[in-house]
Ligand binder design. Sequence first.
Ligand SMILES: Cc1ncc(COP(=O)(O)O)c(C=O)c1O
Length: 364
Amino acid sequence: MHISEIDTPALLVDLDIMERNLGRAAEYARAHDLRLRPHTKTHKSPHLARRQLEAGAAGLTVAKVGEAEVMLAAEPPDLLVHYPVLGRAKLERLMEVARRTRVTVALDSLFAARQLSDAARAAQVTAGVLAEVDVGLGRTGVSPGAELVQLARGILRLPDLDFEGITFYPGHIKDAEETGRQASAELGRLIHSMLNDLRTAGIPVNIVSGGSTPTLFHSHELPGLTEIRPGTYVFNDLNTVGSGGCTLGDCAASILVTIVSTARPLQIVVDGGSKTFSSDRLAGSPEATWGRVVEAPEAVFHKMNEEHGYIDVSRTNREFSAGDRLRIIPNHICVAVNLHETVYGVRGDRVEECWKVEGRGKLQ
Ligand SMILES: Cc1ncc(COP(=O)(O)O)c(C=O)c1O
C-alpha cells in the first residue's frame, strides 16, 4: 500500500527510525551490562513489545493491570507493573497474569504490599516486589533513608513476596545540560547512600531500577544502577528533542493530516485537533504549540479544537491547498498513541505493516 492511500488523520511510524532507536538502546544496555525493561506505555502494543524483547529487552514494564493483560501476548519472560496495585478486583486480575509469567510490582507502602501478599497467597503464586523511592519527582515513592529501609524490611517479612530491590523514576531530570548533569550527579550520590543504608540493615538488593528516555544514554554514569526502563525512546517526540535526549531525525512517529480549509488568510486548518494529538503542551515552553509540521517547520500549530488544528502559515513561503497532506510530530507521543486505533509502519512511501494499539484506553 502506498502512503497516499491511508485515510487521515493517521499515526505513522517510520520503521527505519524506530528500528534504529530500538537497536541503539538495546546495544547501549548490552554494552553497559544494564538490564533493559522498556516501559510499553509509549507504543501500547504487544507487536512492538515483542520486537523490543527480540532486540534484547529482558522484560517489559507497564503501568496498568489492563496493560499487563494485553502485554502477555508478547510472551515476556517477566512483567513489571510500575504502579501500586490496590483493591481486590485488580489484584485478582493481576494474579491471573502472574500464573502466566513472572510479575513484579513497584509499590511504596506496606498497605499495598500486604494486599499483594494476600492476593499472591490466595492464588498460590509468588510476586516480585520493588520498593519505590522518590528521588526528586515528588510523585510516588517513599523518601530515601529510614523510610526506604522500613518499607524494604516490611516487604521482606511478608509471605509469598520476593523482595527484589528498589526502583525510582527520574522524571525530574529533563535535560542533559548543566542542570540535568547536576541532578544526575545528585542522584548518583543518593543511590550510593540508599544502597549503603540497605546493606547496613542486612537487606539484599538485586535490582536497582531507573532510567527514563532523557537520561537513557547517561544511565551508566549512575553507579549501582542495574536496570533501565525507557519508554518514549522507541518513537521519541518533541519533548524528547527539547530535553536533548534525541534529534528531530530520531523522531519515528508523526501524524498524517489533511488540510481541510484554507478559507482564512495566512491560516490552514487540518483534520486533527485535541482528539488526535492530545492537549499535552510542549514541556518547558511558554507558548502553546501542538506539534511540528515536517513539511513546513516555520508554520506554527498554535490552536486546537477537538477535530480542528489551526496552523499559522504567515511565516512560510509555501502554497497550501485544501486536500494537501502534512505530517506533524506531536509534543508527547505516548498520549497521542493512546488516541489512535491503528499505527501505520512506513518505509519511504510504502506502508509495510499496520498494527493495532491494543493497550489503548486500559485505564484499570
Ligand atoms: C515509572 C516509569 N518508568 C519509566 C518511564 C519511561 O520514561 P520515558 O517516557 O521518559 O521513557 C515512565 C514514564 O512515564 C514511568 O512513569
